[in-house]
Design a binder for this molecule. Structure first.
Ligand code: PEP
Length: 249
């Protein structure tokens, strides 16, 4: 089955609202490509102006996080209904920075994934190993665990529509990209894990991105691999280079 590639930027904690609008204006003409789904993952405060600036384009907007409760006394958190009302289509969940710096567990990520589906938001669920885990040879066991917990009680029909981002922590923001073979091996392993949880149809439908120092020079080789359906891009998504990544062919 031909899966449409999905290339998402993760702006992280960068860009004030006015800077964000300027960046969208710069990137808009560069990221036109109907063959791929283009997503800008932006800080919560930028969502409203970025959605407005992206109107009439091929760009969908993602939040970088979301809470798993509906509403109420959760100071500082953002509810799924707020994201929907603001025009958000995707949400990045379980990024390693959230897991490492804010103590998010795979159980939290699972609650968020389920809540996103309840509200019609497509989750981009991140997983990835540390350098230490890679050196210990436990990469695939760790990722399988993250994926299995993250997908608990997610139906096959829901899983078919979602995105998993494989992001080795040692490759994020370090300039050290996984080789295309390393990235393919783990993305294939994730697809096999999805097939075990559900079935082959679901595994063939789910989109699996690679993330970790993707740039204009390495995108084509990574995205040519059979189980890599696009990328989650940090640093390079803040530059005109993102246009080259989207038009990697
Ligand atoms: C990320 O933040 O998800 C990421 C992959 O960052 P970078 O591309 O900068 O490594």
């Amino acid at each position: 089955m031909a899966r449409k590639k999905i290339i998402a930027g993760n702006w992280k904690m960068n860009m004030t609202p006015s800077e964000a609008v300027k960046l969208v204006e710069t990137l808009k003409p560069l990221v036109q490509n109907d063959e791929v789904d283009v997503v800008f993952g932006v800080p919560a405060i930028d969502i409203v102006p970025v959605v407005e600036a992206c109107k009439g384009t091929n760009i969908a907007v993602a939040a970088e996080n979301m809470y798993f409760e509906e509403k109420g006394a959760y100071t500082g958190e953002i509810a799924p209904a707020m994201l929907v009302d603001a025009g958000v289509k995707y949400v990045i969940l379980g990024h390693s920075e959230r897991r490492d710096y804010f103590g998010e567990t795979s159980e939290d990520v699972n609650k968020k994934v389920l809540k996103a589906f309840e509200h019609g938001i497509t989750p981009i669920m991140c997983c990835g190993e540390s350098l230490e885990q890679r050196e210990q040879g436990i990469t695939m066991d760790w990722i399988r665990q993250q994926v299995k917990v993250g997908l608990q009680n997610v139906t096959a029909d829901q899983a078919k529509t979602m995105v998993i981002a494989y992001e080795p922590i040692w490759a994020i923001g370090t300039g050290k990209t996984a080789t295309s073979d390393q990235a393919q091996e783990i993305c294939k392993g994730i697809r096999e894990c999805v097939a075990e949880i559900y079935d082959t149809d679901t595994a063939e439908a789910i989109r699996i991105q690679y993330g970790g120092s993707v740039n204009a020079g390495n995108a084509a080789e990574l995205f040519a691999m059979g189980d890599i359906d696009g990328g989650l891009v940090g640093g390079a998504s803040l530059k005109p280079d993102f246009g080259k990544i989207v038009n990697y062919k």
